[in-house]
Design a protein around this ligand. Sequence first.
Ligand code: PMP
Length: 399
Amino acid sequence: MTDPLGWLDEYARKREAAGLRRRLRPRAAHSDLVDLAGNDYLGLARDPRVTDAAARAARTWGGGSTGSRLVTGTTEAHVEFERQLAEFVGAESGLVFSSGYLANLGAITALAGRGDLIVSDALNHASLIDGCRLSRARVEVVGHRDVTEVRRVLAERLEERAYVVTDAVFSVDGDVAPLAELVAACREYNAVLIVDEAHGIGVFGEGGRGAVHAAGLAGAPNVVMTATLSKSLGAQGGVVLGPAAVTAHLVDTARPFIFDTGLAPAAIGAAAESLRILRAQPKLADRVRANAQALYRLTLAAELTGTPPVGAVTSVLVGDPDLAVELAALCAERGVAVGCFRPPSVPDGRSRLRLTARADLSAGDLELAGAALRAVAEQAKPHALDPVVQTNMRRGLDN
Ligand code: PMP
């Protein structure tokens, strides 16, 4: 009898040959590396106020939430946090899911279904893409930030109900969606905008209220936001924010809400404390953006090609996936942890190092990052970058 899973070895060999094997590298509790790889934008995940709040919530409510949100998994802490976060971003209501991924699956599949249209940006996060696929709606993928194409697809549709789905801030290059224009298009063509604020909250807008708030669209009746609690809020979990009619509909119909155990109380405790800190220190959001600019300047000073940051993220273009892995390891040797993005997270030939700024980076941290980038430039010299990609990067077309 042949091994029915024998093909896995062959596929693994192909990924190995293409430089696309991924290995889990468990991190130690304490590291001397400057962390430019995680998404802890405000540096709150390890803040003692946040970790104490997580421990307190666990002691009060338990290690887990004990059941689905509709059975025993909704504590008073969940509801209070939903109220506070909705108020912070200017939405009418909020509904917590156990991850940002599930918040996206829940929002999209509960709102859009067979016979509806979804217009989706080509560079949307995988969780938005999967929500579109699961919804059974007709999905039209449009060019990145191409509002003209969005308008055309909306105008030509035969479906009555339509949704435009986009990241607020795109996770790889860190660029921002044209939210005001998209909302205007949605208004004109009677559609709803679903915006993923995973990388917007805590980074954009007044005091970190997000990109939708920054665009003056908070509370708009045709805007639904989703977000994760795992980045700026230093915790875990996801949330949908928007009109109360939407969250009520999700409570009744969103499968990732109904059939999933409620988010652990410790995560709610941590996220609520981070939100309290962010309210008390609204400058944290400005600081993370300023530090991203500093990282970009260091990239250019090292004569590397980088993406200009609008929020917390800047990337150094490498091209070849094996070289990207090698350069990320070099950064680690030089005391700096950076992200390494390879296909399928980025298109072929666009592998890169991703540098994520944090609000709490010190001058010494930035100095170390500068030295690591100079070492990267030195090691990358013999590997000329793909000239087409390089030209596009210079023209700012890589977004
Ligand atoms: N949306 C975007 C844009 C993200 O970057 C992520 C996380 N990488 C998610 C959603 C998923 O959030 P979570 O990690 O909480 O599932």
